[in-house]
Design a protein around this ligand. Structure first.
Ligand SMILES: *Cc1c(COP(=O)(O)O)cnc(C)c1O
Length: 367
């Protein structure tokens, strides 16, 4: 086998995903399974479908193509670009929409391909990323009317998102404001939204505390079943995660990055000579820890930042990185490691995302 390799434990992914799915179902909440961090990996999409999910979402249209044979509905988790409408209609059953012009283009193409496309109309409740601003009632009504009237389109629901860009926390107040808007639209257009899609994994804590308004019947979740975590206070997670380790930002052993030692010897911890700039045009300072056992591993900033990975062997420390080398201090490991040995790293969400986008890192699956 050639390294680096990302080892994905599908069993753990399924375990987390099923637990999340069943838990939210108890509260009347359907889940859209978000596979975007895996960059269209069919094996992980299939794993969450086998855990009960009926919709898998991707953030990139080309990735919908990669999962086209997985038996589920597929969603594009953002507004389609006007340049990619034909592929969106072919490969997505659902997309998030917020622009009248895009809605018209989707309708035209859906008719052409003889497909029915479902539109989740996105409202921005304050996070200032996707969606029509919640106060722009006229724009919201125009968009909704287009989806209702134009051929080839169906209203999937009304959606909003929190936390991703503006770091706005979902609260009962802003969630209720979203629901109130939905109710007014339903009344005005004499419709009933199938889904009020309330947010991502940051909304989970409202459910866990029992303060999620009952009208919210869908969440779109990735990070939580991926890692068994969400990025909120740990106290909300008690009784949910299957081990205390999963509460932290590292995914225990669900995802292991395996890298090969390509050089190994004792070296000083401070460079010798006059300091200039590193490969990223930055100045650096070095802590003198004397002569240490240093390994160079075949992994670089091109694949993942060393700040988002953590050696599974606690005796090892990551010192730094360039485009295609990572320098590690083997510390007190004595003669435990040799040239060609493999170093395991635990990784966080950011690392998982960049690793899955790196063509240099192959994936292996444990099932
Ligand atoms: C990424 C994303 C999600 C899922 O977020 P997680 O933090 O992975 O749960 C949900 N909705 C939208 C619009 C997203 O972009």
């Amino acid at each position: 086998m050639q390294y680096p390799v990302l080892e994905i434990n599908l069993k753990k992914l399924k375990y987390n995903a099923k637990m999340e799915f069943d838990y939210l179902h108890k509260y009347g909440i359907d889940v859209m399974g978000v596979n975007k961090v895996f960059n269209g990996t069919p094996e992980t999409a299939l794993a969450i479908v086998e855990s009960g999910y009926t919709v898998v979402a991707e953030a990139v249209t080309a990735n919908l193509k990669k999962i086209k044979d997985i038996p589920c509905e597929k969603a594009l988790l953002r507004s389609p670009g006007l340049s990619e409408i034909p592929d969106v209609i072919t490969y997505a059953d659902i997309s998030l929409v917020a622009e009248a012009e895009t809605i018209k283009a989707l309708s035209k193409e859906a008719v052409k391909q003889n497909r029915l496309h479902k539109a989740l109309l996105m409202i921005d409740m304050g996070d200032i990323r996707e969606g029509i601003w919640y106060e722009n009632r006229e724009e919201i009504e125009t968009a909704l009317e287009l989806i209702l009237d134009l051929p080839g389109l169906e209203v999937y629901g009304l959606g909003t998102n929190f936390g991703c860009y503006g770091t706005i926390l979902p609260t009962p107040e802003n969630t209720m404001a979203f629901i109130e808007l939905a109710r007014q639209l339903e009344k005005k257009f004499d419709i009933k939204f199938k889904y009020l899609s309330g947010g991502n994994c940051t909304s989970y804590h409202l459910v866990a505390q029992g303060i999620m308004p009952k009208e919210i019947n869908q969440l779109r979740i990735g990070a939580q079943h991926l890692f068994g975590i969400e990025y909120v206070e740990e106290k909300y997670l008690e009784g949910y995660c299957h081990s205390s380790k999963d509460v932290k930002n590292y995914a225990s052993d669900s995802y292991i990055l395996k890298c090969e030692i390509i050089e190994l010897r004792d070296k000083p911890t401070v460079p010798v000579g006059e300091l200039g700039l590193d490969s990223f045009m930055k100045t650096k300072t070095f802590n003198d820890r004397g002569i240490r056992r240093q390994a160079v591993i075949a992994l670089g900033f091109q694949d993942v930042s060393f700040e988002n990975i953590h050696p599974a062997d606690d005796r090892i420390q990551v010192d730094g990185q360039t485009s295609n080398h990572t320098i590690i201090d083997l510390g007190d490991t004595g003669n435990d490691y040799r040239l060609g040995d493999i170093i395991d790293f635990e990784i966080d969400y950011t690392a998982l995302m960049t690793i899955c986008n790196s063509a240099n890192i192959s994936k292996i699956f444990i099932d």
